[in-house]
Design a binder for this molecule. Sequence first.
Ligand code: BG6
Length: 518
Amino acid sequence: MIVETPGLDVDDIDLDASVVAVGHELDSVTTPPPLVLVVFGASGDLTARKLLPAIASLADHGALPAGFAVVGVARTAWSDDDFRNVALKAVPKPTAAWKEVVKRFRYISGEYADPDTFEQLRVVLDDADKTYGTSGNRIFYLATVPDLFGPVATALGKHGCSTPGPDGAFARLLVEKPFGRDLQGALALNATLHEAFDESSIFRIDHYMGKETVQNVLALRFANAIFEPVWNRRYIDNIQITVAEQLGVEHRGGFYETAGALRDIVQNHVMQVLALTLMEPPAAIAAQSIRDEKVKLLQAVVIPSVDEAVGAAVRAQYTTGFIEGNEVPGYRQEPDVDPYSRIETFVAMKLAVDNWRWAGVPIYIRTGKRLPKRSTEVTLEFQRVPHLAFGGALTRDLRPNALILRIQPDDGICLRFGAKVPGEAFRVRSVGMDFSYAETFPGPRTDGYERLLHDAMIGDATLFIRTDEVEQAWRIADPFLEAWSEDGVPLAHYQAGTWGPREAELLLARDLRRWRDP
Ligand code: BG6
């Protein structure tokens, strides 16, 4: 029987509407409500290098509200004008729009433990509300050293700054990483923050989540039908996540001595990339759905015992070597580093995810400073074909199929597959089919801070890290830290400018696998 719909023509049906899009559009500029951004640590490196350029860029894109002001707080004895000059110098060419915004910058010089600092802050905030119509809305950005996160949040609570104002005004807290030094520290820090701020008002930043190409993992997986069917243990043999840096510790030796690569990169940036790559499809591209799925995935990561952690990870430190032909010092010779330091600048580890989708698929992670080049990428290596009919010699240069998500630099996606080499013999070797972000979407790219700041201003928490995510990521990292603190794992060394120690190669070789060369 044919059912007829009277009066309905095929042209009346919107065929594209069969998939419903949700979440706020990444490209559309939603103007935030009026607000004051208070930056603690305003005279520091992070403010100058990341925050001020990000605010300037938002100003240039017309993405700041008309009622907007910035208050810097730090110990350095600066005046309002000193802070304004730093803000102007933070961008190569200050535009008229940026110069206008900078006129609304105020600066409070004071100790973070001194109640007077926060009393002054209250006065300046009230004044901003009257002068610029910022309506009691505040964002407090903690760009200080981590030890001050708790005390500043507590002081904000004590001085009535963390309580949302009347008429729906908001008071949000933006916190930089690191969120604690281990699980215990993270639990304590979260408890302190929660005394002053509700979880829904806490926006924990991991700048990797602001990167376009990290967000593109979601687009690749959930806007395409062709990848999802093979995105599981039936087709994937192993997953490799590499975060390689060419730089050393630069002038951050003092900080790095308290951190090391596992705390600095693996517990946060790598765990975020891992969660987005392996999680189940979310119901919506929205804060709760995405964060729920990330947490579920992190909960499925097998937490090794301390003994298991010993065999599942390699830690190493760089020694003097060459980067692009120039001699560079070893880690122990860097400024502010203990000449006998046992802090790792390189980590390689193997993790497992015990769930329906990934059981049995090893996840290999490596990160390091002073590696031959800067490269962050995720490789999903597929299983080999069940029977290779071409013969060993003819397939010498054939690697398993792989999908490579290049996060930076040279962002893009590459599919590795075998192709016949022209000629008479049936020689097959690996070739790549490449998508380059820069070629398809030319134009400047931000490093994530602009996007994250804007999202915090409009109250979209999708790309921020929830308490349970942070804590679960520490649960995974803790056994490795414990194994290392007991010196159960020897500290290996690698020459600057190489891909890490031999032990990192062995970690895969003993599973009959090898790292992909980025
Ligand atoms: C930071 C680390 O979080 O990330 C640094 O503290 C590291 O040590 C940096 O260099 C890497 O960020 P990106 O965006 O350059 O990959």
